[in-house]
Structures are given as C-alpha cells and as structure tokens.
Design a protein around this ligand. Structure first.
Ligand SMILES: [Zn+2]
Length: 354
C-alpha cells in the first residue's frame, strides 16, 4: 500500500466507512510510515470537534469554497508548486484547529453566562415595560459582570445585572474591564466594549458618548442610527464597529453599508472599509476587507458564547476558512483543489474540494 492509498483509507476510516478487510492493511502501513501516522493523528484531533461543529455548516463551507476558488481564478498562475497533499491538508488543518481554539464552540453550554432565574423579574420591576419595548442586557463576557444604567430623567446610576431590561431613554455605561451585549426589540445586538457610555434613545437610535460598540443590526423599515459628536451613522441591516474618541472616531463596516452624515455632507462607508471621522467628516477611508475583523477582536469574548450556529460566528469562521484557503491553497490550481479533496472526510478537505 502506498501513501495515497493509505490516505484514502484514513479518510474512509474518519467517515466510518472503512471496510473490515482494509483495517489491518492500513495499520500495517501506519506502523511503517511516519507521514501517514502524523496525518492520522491530525485527523483524529480534528474529527470529534469538527464533526460536531460543522454538521450544519457544510453548505456555508461550500459557498466559501466557491468564493475562494473564484478569487484564485483571478490570480496569476504562473508560479505553481506541487506540494505533497498530506502536507497541504495538515498545514491547513493546523490553521483550522487554531480557528476552533479561538472560538471554542464546544464550550458554549459550559461557558454560557445565563441570567439567574428570578433576576429578570427584579429588573423588570425597576423599569416596568413590556418586554417587546425594552432593551435586554443579554450577554456578559465574564460571569458576574454588570453595567451601570441611568434611567430616563434619573439622576443616580444603578447597577444592572445580566438579564436586566431597560427602557428607551436609558443611558448605559461599562467599567473599563467589562464587555456586554444588549439586545433591542427588533433583535439587533449592540456590544459594548469596556469604558463605553451609550444612550439607547429609541428602537433604532443610539447615542454613543464615548467608548466602542459593535452593532449587528437587523433589517427593518426604519434606518438604524448611531449618533456621535458632530455626526450620525445610518445603517440598514448591517454590522459595524464604532470607536468614539475625543479627537476622532473610527468606523469599521464588516457587512452592508453605512452612511456618515456630518453638518454639511454625507459619505458612504461600505463593507470592508474603515473610516476615520473628524468633526463629522470622513477624513480617511481604507479598504481592509477581512482584516477588519481584527478591529472587533474585543467582541470575541461575547461572540464565543453564542455557539457555532450563530450567524456572525459562522461568518467569522467562514472568513477564517477563506483566509486559510487563500494562503494554503494559493499555489494550487482549481482542478487540483477539487481533485485533492475527493472523498475526504474532514470538513476541511470538503471545504477545499467543494
Ligand atoms: Zn504513508
């Protein structure tokens, strides 16, 4: 048996499709071949977690693969190197594992910080509102983290526990080390970094006084607006990060498009763009693409609590997969990529092959 056959059997094994007769032959090869043994170990490492995490994500992976291949098509193909495909799979697998170490989707149930039973009622009494018309403190990066709220027309900041609800017109501020997420009635999610103060003015309007938010805005008929000193950022269903500092603000648009309106004119900032805003004017704009995710690394503490099926986590993982695809398969042509992954078991190789 040569290495190629051994790899095929390893894949069959991971797919639980190895025939009983083949097992001794594969074992014999593995005893004598360090390369295939290493590949087998890498498969085993990935298998359990990835199988779980990716069951529902095969289609998404295929879509990403199409995107990667489309990008590869446009590239200069004069430099092509043939790599042993086991090396390619293993190096890509290493990147893959990294992504999963970062997101730890398997920890979702263990780590998820849930509001304590009974708490919600206490907080509801604080701000007696219909659930449909209040904003909910939905996630805290760490157990026990709270934030402070100033009720409309109130004069004293009060502590808000996880699961607590606030009325529109309430100000929220976070301690330097605390990160939390609020959910508005339409399902939009507003993450607050440490040292942030924001006013939830109404269903679709925020005022960011200082600090940083990451907003994932649900689509709705009414535009979603965030005001900062001297400017308003308007968004329809989109995801963007906004850092509000005294001298300048930084807007990073991860999905969709936004409009920045100052006193005199407005400019659009598109998906993948990072813009500096000074006195209500976009003074600098650059296209960062997926690198923009780094601007929102602070929110990963919150995102990882959402589990592998969350749309945003999926998008981020897909972006990581696409990056891995670009770096690890950049020197392969499309036919090779498709062929190499044939009948592979691991999600990674399915992704490469799709
Ligand atoms: Zn071998």
């Amino acid at each position: 048996m040569d290495c190629e056959q051994a790899q095929a059997l390893l894949q069959a094994h991971m797919d639980r499709e190895l025939l009983p007769d083949d097992r001794p032959r594969l074992d014999a090869h593995l005893r004598g071949c360090a390369t295939c043994r290493a590949a087998a170990a890498a498969y085993r490492l990935q298998d359990a977690d990835l199988r779980l995490a990716f069951q529902s994500r095969r289609q998404a992976s295929a879509a990403v693969a199409d995107r990667v291949i489309a990008q590869l098509r446009g590239r200069d193909r004069t430099i092509r190197r043939r790599l042993p495909w086991t090396l390619m799979v293993m190096s890509a697998a290493a990147g893959f594992l990294l992504a999963f170490v970062v997101f730890r989707p398997w920890q979702k149930s263990a780590d998820l910080v849930r509001p304590e039973p009974g708490r919600q009622d206490d907080q509801a009494a604080l701000t007696p509102l219909e659930k449909a018309e209040s904003v909910v403190f939905a996630l805290a990066a760490e157990s026990g983290q709270t934030c402070e709220v100033l009720a409309p027309n109130g004069s004293v900041w009060q502590t808000l526990q996880l699961g607590g609800k606030i009325a529109f017109g309430t100000r929220v501020r976070t301690a330097p080390s605390s990160r939390c997420e609020f959910q508005t009635p339409d399902g939009s999610e507003i993450r607050l970094n440490g040292g942030t103060e924001v006013l939830f003015a109404d269903r679709r309007r925020l005022e960011l006084a200082r600090g940083q938010i990451l907003a994932r805005v649900e689509e709705a008929a009414a535009p979603f607006r965030v005001s900062i000193p001297n400017a308003t950022i308007t968004a329809l269903g989109t995801e963007f990060d906004l850092l509000c500092q005294s001298a300048e603000s930084v807007l990073s648009v991860l999905e969709g498009a936004t409009r920045v309106e100052g006193k005199e004119r407005w400019q659009t900032v598109q998906s993948g763009e990072k813009a500096k805003i000074v006195n209500g004017v976009v003074t600098h704009k650059e296209q960062l693409g997926r690198k923009l995710d780094q601007a929102t690394d602070w929110a990963l503490d919150l995102l990882k609590l959402k589990g592998p099926n969350n749309k945003e986590v999926t998008r981020r993982v897909n972006d990581i997969l696409a990056s891995i695809g670009e770096t690890k398969t950049g020197s392969f042509n499309e036919a090779e990529i498709r062929k190499l992954g044939y009948s592979c078991t691991t999600p990674l190789t399915r992704y490469v092959q799709s």
